[in-house]
Design a protein around this ligand. Structure first.
Ligand code: TRP
Ligand code: ZN
Length: 515
């Protein structure tokens, strides 16, 4: 009798202590972070500062086992919160206590802590899991790529769901420790610096650390049989590159390209300022994919990028993203021009310095290549929509907009902007509207109408707007098509090889909207 009376009393008292506000104020975190392009991506209610991932992987079976320890801070009084994840979870702890969990939607892991979490509190979440990533899909697609010797996680805008639970949106960046155990003779790569590597009982463990904030889609995991090379940039940044031993005929060209990573990073820092990270490199796994991706500090390159011989242009593109995309990340996926327009323009600058076509010649070529009724001009680089996020227009019309800006405000202001922007938003997030304000401020020129024409109008900019491209000055031959610059094939290849993404997100949209 006594006990029966005491227990509810103690419970009530402890709840009062733990929860100053009324329990009704504690609500579930949103299942998405609020990005209109991808409403279910990321989550609400907390902000992650660090991921510690301990992973074991079997290349022969594709079995992945992991323990993720996530350090976060709550941003509201939370009764429950989500992580984005697809593998099978066996156990979740929140601040050391067993938490209940369930799956929901396409990729939500719903976690209900034993005790609700007050706003502004530090939280430690431990998730134990396992699964065969290649057996999992969401919206009907998978971005996990098995190779004959292992696997690769490198995709955009999502790749984490297949290997660790996360708040999967660029708005929530965090630092990472990634420890991966694989059979001896196999390597495991990730972002940042290799802190240590050790072998025991037939398995090798690789401990990687990225000590600067990193967006989830820029994390990478690659397991396979690699040849590793190391070097140091002129600025003192350590380089680790990796080449699958099975690249066959593409091996030489891959190495002849990726080994120039340090040279290219040093060259880019002349335009964009000091390289923002503590590590550098690139890797070429034995995949059948065609694309490249700017995974932080260590871009991913498909062997196909090197099928025609060396391709330094794609190295320039992915390394340019280290400033434009990785250090300064999009606020929302609508801001993709801040990544692709600038990485493409870096390729134009490289072409210019190599004598393979000036930025002006490339601009003339792109402008003339697409007649006014080409669907190319219906894509607005400043807000392309999820189905056109990676269209040619985001890259080519995106770079064209930068050449037009340069012609409008002059080289001095233009190059001050190119270098000042990555410093102004280092390790953070920014939107296209922030860039517009910044460009107006640095150039002292009102640019609202200009950006409207080049980034936000679904039509080919005509004269007098096109005069900003100095098309008229380019020989005055109205009907002659400008010659195709030698650099064009590689610039085009950098983005046309990931056309599959467009298909992927068409599937995605259909699933979401139930067509
Ligand atoms: N951001 C990548 C690049 O510019 C290209 C890309 C777009 C991509 N969508 C992708 C790469 C999906 C891999 C998967 O190089
Ligand atoms: Zn890119």
């Amino acid at each position: 009798m006594h006990r029966r009376l005491i227990v509810p009393g103690v419970l009530a008292a402890s709840l009062m202590l733990a929860i100053p506000a009324s329990a009704a104020d504690f609500t579930p975190g949103a299942p998405g972070i609020g990005d209109p392009y991808y409403p279910a991506y990321g989550n609400g209610g907390y902000d992650v500062s660090h991921y510690d991932l301990k992973i074991g992987y079997e290349p022969s079976t594709d079995l992945l086992k992991g323990t993720a320890t996530i350090l976060a801070t709550t941003t509201q009084d939370l009764s429950r919160f989500d992580l984005d994840f697809l593998l099978d979870v066996s156990d979740v702890r929140v601040n050391g206590a067993e938490a209940s969990f369930a799956t929901s939607g396409q990729h939500e892991l719903q976690i209900t802590p034993a005790v609700p979490l007050a706003k502004g509190a530090p939280v430690t979440v431990v998730v134990r899991y396992s699964g065969v990533p290649s057996s999992k899909s969401a919206y009907g697609f998978s971005t996990w790529h098995r190779t004959p010797d292992g696997a690769v996680a490198a995709d955009e805008p999502e790749s984490a769901w297949w290997w660790y639970p996360s708040n999967d949106h660029p708005l929530d960046k965090a630092t990472y420790d990634v420890s991966v155990s694989v059979p001896d003779g196999t390597q495991a790569l990730s972002n940042g610096v290799l802190q240590s590597q050790s072998s025991k009982l037939g398995r090798t463990t690789f401990n990687w650390r990225e000590n600067k904030p990193q967006a989830t889609y820029l994390t990478t995991l690659a397991v396979g049989r690699f040849d590793i090379t190391t070097a140091t940039t002129a600025a003192g940044v350590p380089i680790v590159n990796a080449y699958s031993k099975d690249l066959a005929d593409n091996y030489g060209a891959a190495r002849a390209s990726v080994e120039r990573t340090g040279e290219v990073a040093d060259w880019l820092s002349g335009y964009f300022g000091r390289y923002p990270f503590s590590a550098l490199g690139g890797y070429v796994p034995n995949t059948t994919t065609g694309y490249a991706l700017e995974t932080q500090t260590r871009p991913f390159y498909s062997p196909k990028q090197f099928a025609n011989g060396s391709n330094v242009s794609v190295i320039v593109h992915e390394l340019a993203h280290q400033w434009y995309g990785d250090s300064v990340s999009v606020k929302g996926w609508k801001d993709i021009w801040l990544n692709e327009g600038f990485a493409s323009y870096a390729q134009w600058l490289w072409s210019d310095s190599e004598g393979d076509g000036s930025t002006q010649q490339l601009a003339d070529y792109v402008y003339a290549s697409h007649p006014a009724d080409d669907a190319f001009w219906t894509v607005k680089p400043g807000d392309p929509g999820p189905d056109h996020q990676f269209d040619d227009a985001v890259y080519d019309r995106g770079a064209l907009a930068l050449q037009a800006l340069r012609n409008k405000i002059g080289d001095t202001a233009f190059f001050r902007i190119l270098k000042g922007w990555p410093a102004a938003h280092a390790y953070g997030n920014a939107a296209v509207s922030d860039f517009e304000k910044y460009a107006e401020q640095v150039s002292g020129t009102p640019l609202a109408a200009f950006f409207d024409t080049w980034l936000f109008t679904a039509a080919k900019p005509a004269t007098p707007a096109a005069a900003q491209l100095r098309i008229a000055a380019a020989g005055g031959a109205k009907h002659a098509r400008p010659a195709r610059p030698r650099s064009w094939a590689q610039i085009e290849q950098t983005h046309t090889v990931h056309k599959h993404t467009v298909h992927k997100h068409t599937i995605h949209k259909h699933t979401v909207h139930g067509h």
